[in-house]
Design a binder for this molecule. Structure first.
Ligand code: PMP
Length: 423
């Protein structure tokens, strides 16, 4: 029996199928964006009638919103195990968080990362405005021990000065979980700091800055069962406090005169403009609901569903699953695969149009990693990702659909429109 899970909104939606009739929509794309939790909807509904500008007004609604916003921050701080020397900055999402950190590094910081990162953690360090010095891109490691040793060697070989190791906690392509504690330990031993891209980890596993020894963590509300537009950068305050804001404007300023500007202290310093109070309330409500549901319980549920899916796909000989460290390595509820004889984009289009199943296909904003893992002759993979909205029936339907599409091919004809395959 599958353990219960916190309820999500939008289940039971029926979608018309090109082959006739309709099916209940099976959303197997939680890794892109997860549906909203009922608890999040309730928190947002409570906050909506009374929202007003945070930290600015003296009126009742401003007081209520300011209080809600700061309670949300405290809740997120608990969620990530932030300590006294840490700060929690609300941003737009993981991409925003890592771009912000890149601009807050001590000038010339050496950044070490692996080539398999999501573009959000791969690119900000070399982008305009980044204060990083050398960026060392390590080749994909053949295993976790190799990753740890390669990180150690690169940090040791870096020129003197501040160094930052950037790692993704769980891959958005394979779901594989990286050895964050071991990497953080190595960084600490080498006198470097670590930032963890936890976008794909926090919807599935608890994360604690102090416990894992990391210095910064970034994640997005919309992958954590809250809507879009709010994410988090949490971690050591000193670098963030020493850097100028990358967004200049109201809220980030303590004093502005003709002579110049004095920026606010943290966290306001990096939250210029009117804060997204509803986004923060939603994100914090998701953090609380997941914690309350219990991580072990959530993990058991997800492992049953993921096991069912992977076993089912493994039974279809045309299917090859992508994996960096072998199919036995621990992963969150994500699997990407290719199917011999059916191109990824055609497969994804047919799953949607003929079976009512939503998956993602392509290179998943991690081009170097996905390309390295794709078997010869395949240009894109299909990704199925499980979450709190997933039922055993959704999983079984996907396995059945893939088997049927392999055996019989799509029942419908598909064409190309603006580069995409459409019925
Ligand atoms: N990192 C990882 C591992 C991700 O999966 C994603 C989203 N696909 C991001 C970063 C970027 O998140 P966002 O688009 O919310 O900024």
């Amino acid at each position: 029996d599958l353990p219960d899970a916190p309820a999500v909104v939008g289940t039971g939606l029926r979608v018309p199928l090109v082959t006739g009739g309709s099916a209940e929509y099976a959303n197997l794309d939680h890794a892109a964006s997860a549906p909203c939790l009922e608890a999040v909807r309730e928190a947002v509904e409570q906050a909506l009638p009374r929202y007003a500008s945070v930290h600015r007004g003296a009126g009742l609604h401003s007081q209520i919103s300011t209080d809600a916003y700061e309670r949300a921050r405290a809740s997120v701080a608990r969620f990530v195990g932030a300590g006294e020397e840490d700060t929690v900055v609300f941003v737009r999402g993981t991409t925003d968080a890592l771009n912000l950190l890149a601009r807050c590094l001590p000038r010339g910081t050496t950044v070490v990362l692996f080539a398999g990162e999501h573009h959000a953690s791969l690119l900000p360090w070399e982008h305009e405005g980044s204060r990083a010095g050398e960026v060392v891109r390590l080749p994909l490691p053949g295993g976790p021990e190799e990753a740890v040793e390669a990180a150690r060697a690169a940090l040791r070989a870096a020129r003197p000065g501040p160094r930052l190791l950037c790692v993704t906690a769980a891959s958005n392509v394979t779901g594989e979980v990286w050895p964050i504690e071991e990497l953080a330990l190595v960084a600490r031993e080498e006198g470097a700091r670590v930032v963890v891209d936890a976008a794909q980890l926090v919807p599935h596993r608890p994360f604690d800055l102090a416990a894992c020894g990391a210095d910064y963590v970034a994640f997005s509300g919309h992958k954590l069962y809250a809507p879009f537009g709010c994410g988090v950068l949490a971690g050591r305050a000193d670098w963030l406090r020493a850097a100028d804001p990358y967004l200049a404007g109201g809220g980030a300023t303590a004093n502005v005169t003709d002579a110049g500007v004095v920026w606010s202290d943290l966290p306001d310093r990096h939250e210029a403009g009117s804060p997204n109070v509803i986004g923060a309330v939603a994100l914090a409500a998701a953090c609380e609901a997941l914690t309350e549901a219990g991580w072990e319980h959530l993990r058991l549920r997800e492992e049953l569903l993921l096991g069912r899916l992977r076993d089912g796909l493994a039974g279809i000989s045309a299917v090859t699953e992508l994996a960096l460290w072998g199919t036995g390595w621990p992963r969150v509820a994500i699997t990407s695969f290719v199917v011999e004889g059916v191109a990824g984009d055609l497969l994804a289009a047919a799953l949607s149009a003929e079976y009512g199943i939503g998956v993602r296909d392509g290179l998943f904003c991690a081009h170097p990693l996905t390309r390295a893992l794709l078997p010869e002759g395949h240009g894109r993979a299909v990704r199925a990702s499980i979450g709190l909205g997933t039922t055993p029936e959704h999983v079984d339907r996907l396995v059945h659909a893939v088997a049927e599409l392999v055996a019989e091919g799509p029942r419908w004809t598909y064409g190309r429109e603006e580069g995409r395959i459409v019925p």
